[in-house]
Design a protein around this ligand. Structure first.
Ligand code: ADP
Ligand code: MG
Length: 234
């Protein structure tokens, strides 16, 4: 039954001036609104292509004490996205960098912002492929469009100077127009090495990325190892 036919049949049975009719109608409309919200949030979460769906509520801040929940919450409260601020999570594997990046992405999608999650190697591969197909500018624009671009695992593999130039293009296109979240297992001092040993391009990338940004250097033991140890103990 369509909404209008439901309203019509209610109207016939009760009369439009009946206060209970108005109540039923407004609750129906509210429900429809909520359903539409949930659908658009779900669509945005799917579009983002997160590797998993996790939030800050799922994060154990007692285990990972080098980052405080309050400082992450503060960024959300101060609306880092509309301030086009970048967030960078650095250092060892398994400490929750991707989890936190996904949590920020989920939060943005739930607030109806467009998010895209991509690994650094896939980002470069997509741009290279676009170059070959003469669709580079269009592809670059697609990475500039979302309110939030999450680039995961920067620095896991070294980039050539051509690849670094592609990365630089993405950072330039989004500079002061949209937030980037980066996770990396390398500290800033090793970034020259990531970008093909080209310290000029590494400096140019860092200069733009860090201008409006907040960095977090995580520490500690891998959560994966902790879980494995607990499994073994069982
Ligand atoms: P990395 O720092 O290598 O990106 P991930 O964020 O992928 O690590 O974390 C590895 C796994 O461990 C994920 O499943 C993540 O949800 C979980 N994890 C890591 N740290 C925590 C934590 N402090 N609380 C809850 N889960 C965590
Ligand atoms: Mg990771």
């Amino acid at each position: 039954m369509t909404l209008s036919s439901q309203i019509e049949s209610l109207q016939k049975s009760r009369g439009a001036s009946d206060p209970s009719f108005i109540k039923v109608l407004s609750s129906m409309l509210e429900q429809l609104g909520e359903e539409a919200d949930a659908r658009s949030q779900e669509a945005l979460i799917r579009f983002a292509r997160f590797p998993y769906r996790k939030t800050l509520e799922d994060f154990d801040f007692d285990f990972q004490s080098s980052v405080a929940k309050q400082s992450l919450q503060k960024l959300l409260d101060e609306d880092y996205l509309s301030r086009k601020q970048n967030l960078i999570f650095l250092e060892p594997p398994g400490v929750g960098k991707t989890h936190i990046a996904v949590a920020f992405g989920m939060n943005a999608a739930m607030s109806r912002s467009k998010v895209q999650f991509i690994s650094c190697s896939e980002l470069i591969a997509r741009l290279r492929e676009a170059q070959e197909r003469n669709t580079y500018l269009r592809r670059l624009a697609s990475f500039a469009r979302p309110a939030l671009l999450i680039i995961d695992e920067v620095g896991y593999s070294q980039m050539s100077s051509e690849d670094s130039a592609l990365f630089f293009d993405v950072v330039c296109r989004r500079y002061e127009t949209g937030s980037i979240i980066i996770t990396s297992n390398k500290s800033y001092k090793d970034w020259g090495e990531i970008f093909g040993g080209d310290s000029v391009i590494a400096t140019a990338i860092l200069d733009r990325l860090l201008h409006h940004s907040k960095s977090f250097v995580l520490k500690g033991e891998s959560f994966r190892m902790k879980e494995r140890r607990e499994d073994v103990r069982l």
